[in-house]
Design a protein around this ligand. Structure first.
Ligand code: HEC
Ligand code: HEC
Length: 599
């Protein structure tokens, strides 16, 4: 216990300044100088847009914070410009000269101009809600929508004045609160309705831009939506996601047949999305993106061709596939590592963005192999943690490629579902998938707190959660090195500027300390402990002792406890009297929950 208390404190002071604390409110800077980046860090492209009648593509590199302008005619990078420390997303306006990029660390929308030399300049910066990622514009150029992921918001900028985007001053912005952390965005052909999908579950908010309201929140059974596309008629939306059977025991049969985890595109009529309510399961039609023997893990970017066939990126197996309109998989191509976006070109070919390969793949559907692969530039040699990252997103580590670590531990967090990984050796008692932020410091591991070394947990995950056919020591070490880099999500509600809000958080901290919560949820780093405790909750097999989960980022959790029995943070205390017969006044509860949401 002593070690736990001291180590986190020291680390918190010395090293852990999470990147997301960022530099909000920093003074405006002049555009950074142009740079060819001969010895670049890893780029990790997050979004690309086509320009100049598809002769050029602009690629936003998430990790290096640069934008590459690539000539598809010459097949080479014309120029790479440093824009920010990191980039979250990219979109363009119809003039082909104006680009919009998000800066997730400074919480800004960057408006860029491109001249004929492929040079880019930042002409304006607009403040956004916290942690902006994806940006999507309407075809008529009126709206730019931004998914502010950890703020659980979508920002809408009215660009009607875009031709004269103010170099100083603010564009009109509306902010829409969502019940989840949005990531993928898609404008519907109406030009006023926007779909915003949760990063983790398969919930989709339908937003009406005119009234800046959430018209409805719809849900599919599933998780990890990583692609949404309209078909050529504009009447149907295809949604790429996964489906996990929480009750399936993980064995050869359930993995091999896709019963445990399936990888699909769900088709939903736009009219249904606009008019209906509630679950989408009854109105959605599923197209399978996997074959028995070939699992197609982690489907991502989609493209629906004029003949109704679907081109899909399989980020987990680093492939691109074509499924015809009868649902038959007809073509399969090897792309670069982790393809996440696919763009249609006028000549019928398609361009694929390989996020973990720092490259683009050109697909000519009339040929059997990719027409070309284009590197975004030289990479430094990969370190162990970089290799671990590639493995984390690689479903080929699992039996037949059905699922990766990311399929369950979404982007290092959790998809919020339960899985029967038999972590305690029993089955029939599926446990909530744990988020992996700060996992290096949350020993001991697993809900039953019995795993002493992270190495052993990763080895076990490969063997029992993924039925890996070939577990190599080097891969385990690389995965551990990657896990050591993971941070918890920033708080869903950091403290606000208002004194009243800070006071509520301070009172909540007093409630926390007054009820001895810190005995099992040790501050200040992880808010967990290495021991196991019986807090009166029993699993299906009668086990009662569990390791407390970290409370960092707990405000993002949809459901809580080992079996997701609590519906909200309030329910943990009010409905379940956690940790034992705790009674709190309404005011204490409100303050405690406010405090927990600030972690
Ligand atoms: C099928 C879903 C699934 C997949 C795939 C999966 N995990 Fe997990 N993971 C879980 C569940 C469920 C738990 C909790 C199990 C328990 O303790 O009973 C867990 C627990 C963990 C833990 C312990 C966390 C803690 O704080 O105690 C680590 C570390 C981990 N997984 C890493 C990985 C890695 C690395 C991979 C890929 C090699 C992976 N997992 C693949 C579902 C999954
Ligand atoms: C005796 C140890 C102990 C004490 C004291 C304790 N907890 Fe816990 N806490 C746990 C354990 C163990 C779990 C997991 C239980 C389960 O899921 O079955 C847990 C779960 C939680 C969860 C749900 C987290 C999640 O991700 O599912 C929250 C929130 C929480 N505790 C907050 C608190 C607060 C606030 C207090 C003080 C009022 C408190 N705990 C006191 C041991 C404790």
């Amino acid at each position: 216990m002593l070690r736990r208390a001291i180590l986190p404190a020291v680390l918190a002071i010395l090293t852990i300044v999470p990147a997301w604390l960022g530099t909000a409110g920093a003074a405006k800077e002049l555009p950074l100088p142009l740079d060819r980046r001969e010895n670049a860090d890893l780029r990790r492209p997050v979004a690309a847009v086509l320009l100049d009648q598809d002769e050029t593509v602009a690629v936003a590199n998430g990790r290096s914070g640069s934008i590459s302008i690539v000539s598809l005619v010459e097949g080479k990078v014309l120029r790479e410009t440093n824009i920010a420390k990191e980039l979250g997303g990219l979109a363009s306006l119809a003039d082909g000269k104006t680009l919009l990029a998000t800066d997730p660390l400074r919480h800004e929308l960057l408006i860029l101009r491109r001249d004929t030399n492929a040079a880019l300049q930042i002409v304006a910066r607009q403040a956004t809600s916290r942690h902006p990622r994806t940006v999507a514009t309407t075809a008529d150029g009126r709206w730019a929508a931004i998914a502010a992921q950890w703020a659980h918001r979508v920002d809408l900028f009215d660009l009607t004045s875009a031709r004269t985007i103010p170099e100083t001053g603010e564009l009109p912005r509306r902010t829409i609160d969502l019940p989840f952390a949005p990531l993928e965005l898609l404008w519907l052909p109406t030009g006023r309705h926007l779909l915003a999908a949760d990063t983790f579950s398969a919930r989709i908010a339908v937003i009406d831009a005119e009234s800046a309201r959430v018209a409805s929140v719809r849900e599919l059974s599933g998780h990890n939506i990583r692609g949404m596309a309209l078909d050529a008629t504009g009447q149907n939306v295809y949604i790429a996601h996964q489906v996990l059977d929480e009750w399936a025991t993980i064995n050869w049969q359930t993995v091999h047949s896709g019963t445990l985890m399936s990888n699909v595109a769900s088709r939903v009529a736009v009219a249904q999305l606009l008019e209906g309510k509630g679950s989408l399961d009854d109105v959605a039609e599923q197209v399978r993106l996997s074959d028995t023997g070939h699992g197609g893990g982690d489907p991502a970017g989609l493209l629906v061709k004029a003949d109704g066939s679907i081109a899909a990126c399989l980020a987990g197996t680093s492939e691109v596939i074509l499924v015809n309109r009868f649902g038959v998989l007809t073509q399969r191509y090897n792309a670069g590592p982790r393809p996440t976006q696919i763009l249609p070109l006028r000549d019928g070919k398609s361009l694929v963005v390989n996020r973990n390969g720092d490259s683009l793949t050109l697909i000519d559907w009339t040929r059997d192999v990719p027409a070309a692969t284009l590197s975004l530039g030289p990479q430094r040699p990969l370190k162990s943690a970089d290799r671990g990252e590639l493995l984390f997103y690689d479903s080929r580590l699992s039996h037949d490629g059905w699922l990766s670590c990311h399929s369950c531990h979404t982007d290092g967090h959790t998809n919020g579902l339960r899985a029967d990984t038999q972590g305690d050796g029993t089955n029939g008692a599926p446990k909530r998938i744990l988020g992996l932020g700060h996992v290096a410091f949350t020993d001991k591991w697993a809900w039953n707190g019995q795993v002493q070394e992270l190495y052993d947990q990763v080895r076990k995950s490969l063997l029992t959660s993924m039925l890996s056919d070939d577990v190599r020591e080097q891969d385990i070490n690389d995965l551990v090195a990657f896990l050591q880099t993971l941070l918890p999500p920033p708080p869903s509600r950091p403290s606000e500027a208002e004194a009243a809000d800070r006071a509520a958080i301070a009172r909540g901290r007093e409630v926390f300390l007054g009820h001895q919560c810190q005995g099992c949820h040790v501050p200040p780093l992880t808010y967990t402990a290495s021991d196991v405790y019986d807090v009166g909750l029993q699993d299906e097999n009668g086990r009662r002792k569990f390791n407390p989960p970290s409370l960092r980022g707990v405000g993002h959790a949809r459901r809580l406890f080992h079996d997701n029995r609590a519906e909200s943070l309030e329910d943990v205390f009010q409905g379940h009297g956690h940790p034992s017969d705790t009674t709190l006044s309404d005011k204490e509860l409100a303050d405690l929950v406010r405090f927990l949401r600030s972690l």
